[in-house]
Write a protein that binds this ligand. Structure first.
Ligand SMILES: [Zn+2]
Length: 335
C-alpha cells in the first residue's frame, strides 16, 4: 500500500459521513417537496403545475360555459383538439333536453375521451364542464357573471394535464375520461334538475349494454383551489365505493400528498350519485367542499392553483397504475 493510497483512504473515510448526510438530506427534501413518481415504464411522472394552470386559464378565458351556449361549444372544440393531439379517442354523447326556463329542447353532450379504447375492463374518471348560469351564493351579485374556475374548469384542466402523462402509464384497466354536461343547469334551485349529463350517461350504460364494463370510477370536482383540502366524501366511503375511496387516499398518503385527508367530512351530491345508483359503477367523489368561493363571482383563476391541479393529477395517475384488481360490478337492471 503506498502512502498516497492511505491518505486517499483516510480522506474518503472522513468524507463518508458527510456524503451520507448529504444523500439523506437530499432524499428527505425530495420527499417533503411535491414529489414525482417513477412509472412501471421507468418514466418520470411529474405533472406540470404551470402548464395545468395555463389550461385552467384557457378554459376560463372563454367566459361562462353554460350548457347549450356558444361558450360551451368553444370549450368543446378546445377539449377535442387537445385530446386528439395526444392520440386519445374523443366521442360525444349528444342528446336533447328541455331548457329549464323555456322548455324548448337544447342540445347537450357528454364527452368521452378514451385511452386504450380496446380494453374491455375500464376505469371511469369523471368531471363536469358546464358552469352554473349564475353565482347564486354571491352576497353582492347573485345574478352576475359566473366563470367557474374551480367549479367547472378545474376538472377539465386536470384531465388536459393528465393527457401529457397517459403514454407513460401502464394502467391495469382502460381509462375513459368522461366530461359531463349539465351538472348544474340550474336557474332555480327549487325547480331545476342537477346531474342531467351523468344521469343520461348512466341510463344509456344500463339500457344499451356495451362490450366494455366499468370496474370503478372517480368524479373529480373543485380540485383546483389554492388551499386544497380533500376530505373523503361520506357516501363514497361508507356506501358507494369504499375500496375505491380508501385506495385513492392510500396512494396519496404513500406519495405524501397531504391535501388528501383520510377522514370523512361532507356528504355531497354530485355526478357520482347517478353513476352509483343507476349505472352501478362504484364511483368515489373527489371534491374540496370547503372552497369559500363556491357559487360566487370570486370563483376565479386567482383563487386556484396549478400546484393543486398537479398534485391531484399525480395521485390519480399513480392510482390508475397501481390500483388493485377489483371485481367486475354486476350489471344493474335496465331503467
Ligand atoms: Zn357547482
Amino acid at each position: 500500500m503506498s502512502e498516497s493510497t492511505t491518505k486517499k483512504q483516510i480522506q474518503a473515510n472522513r468524507q463518508w459521513p458527510l456524503l451520507a448526510a448529504l444523500v439523506c438530506a437530499t432524499v428527505l427534501v425530495a420527499a417533503l417537496l411535491f414529489s414525482s413518481h417513477q412509472t412501471a415504464n421507468g418514466a418520470e411522472l411529474k405533472p406540470n403545475a404551470k402548464r395545468a394552470y395555463d389550461y385552467l386559464l384557457q378554459v376560463c378565458k372563454i367566459g361562462p360555459r353554460v350548457s347549450g351556449t356558444p361558450g360551451m361549444a368553444a370549450q368543446q372544440k378546445l377539449i377535442q383538439d387537445h385530446f386528439v393531439k395526444f392520440g386519445a379517442q374523443v366521442k360525444y354523447q349528444a342528446f336533447d333536453h328541455p331548457h329549464p326556463n323555456t322548455g324548448r329542447p337544447i342540445r347537450l353532450a357528454n364527452m368521452v375521451i378514451s385511452w386504450n379504447p380496446q380494453a374491455t375492463e375500464r376505469v371511469l374518471l369523471g368531471c363536469h364542464y358546464d358552469t352554473r348560469p349564475f353565482p347564486d351564493r354571491d352576497r353582492f351579485n347573485p345574478r352576475g357573471r359566473f366563470i367557474g374556475a374551480n367549479d367547472g374548469a378545474s376538472g377539465v384542466a386536470l384531465f388536459m394535464e393528465m393527457a401529457h402523462h397517459m403514454k407513460d402509464l401502464k394502467p391495469r384497466y382502460g381509462v375513459d375520461m368522461v366530461i359531463f354536461d349539465a351538472e348544474e343547469l340550474v336557474y332555480n334551485d327549487e325547480r331545476d334538475k342537477y346531474f342531467i349529463g351523468s344521469e343520461h350517461f348512466s341510463k344509456d350504460y344500463v339500457n344499451n349494454p356495451t362490450r366494455h364494463r366499468y370496474i370503478c370510477g372517480l368524479v373529480l370536482d373543485m380540485i383546483g383551489d389554492r388551499n386544497l383540502e380533500i376530505f373523503q366524501e361520506r357516501n363514497s366511503l361508507t356506501k358507494y365505493a369504499p375500496q375505491v375511496t380508501k385506495s385513492l387516499w392510500a396512494t396519496a398518503a404513500r406519495l405524501r400528498v397531504r391535501e388528501f385527508i383520510a377522514t370523512p367530512k361532507h356528504a355531497v351530491n354530485d355526478d357520482h350519485v347517478p353513476l352509483n345508483e343507476i349505472a352501478g359503477i362504484p364511483t368515489a367523489n373527489v371534491i374540496d367542499f370547503d372552497y369559500p368561493y363556491w357559487h360566487t363571482q370570486q370563483d376565479i383563476p386567482l383563487n386556484c392553483s396549478g400546484e393543486s391541479l398537479a398534485k391531484v393529477a399525480l395521485v390519480t395517475l399513480v392510482w390508475l397504475e397501481e390500483m388493485p384488481r377489483m371485481p367486475v360490478p354486476l350489471r344493474p337492471r335496465r331503467q
